[in-house]
Design a protein. Structure first.
Length: 102
């Protein structure tokens, strides 16, 4: 079993989602506890947005993304860093900024 940790900033992302999208995200957060690899795909660098080692899950007919990392070597933890719209790669920019904040 994995522990799922949602960063404070990502918790704020969840608060602004429509109820149907939020429900779908919550279902994935539960699934991550069992096998986060099964329900996600690898993220690759997006130009200047370096997200190697992070993963994504499509939600809301692929218009939103959950961006997270899995820490297997330290403990079985899934850390959700951003949830948001994919359009314009905004969710990836947000995740990158949160990961690299000073």
């Amino acid at each position: 079993m994995y522990d799922v940790i949602v960063l404070k900033e990502a918790q704020n992302d969840l608060r602004i989602l429509d109820d149907d999208i939020l429900l779908e995200v919550k279902e994935y957060l539960y699934k991550y506890k069992i096998d986060p690899y099964k329900y996600s795909g690898k993220l690759y660098n997006q130009g200047d947005i370096k997200l190697d080692g992070y993963r994504k899950t499509y939600v809301a007919d692929a218009t939103y993304r959950i961006v997270f990392c899995i820490e297997d070597d330290i403990a079985k933890i899934v850390e959700v860093v951003a949830v948001g719209e994919r359009e314009g790669k905004q969710v990836y920019k947000t995740a990158y900024d949160r990961i690299n904040k000073p």
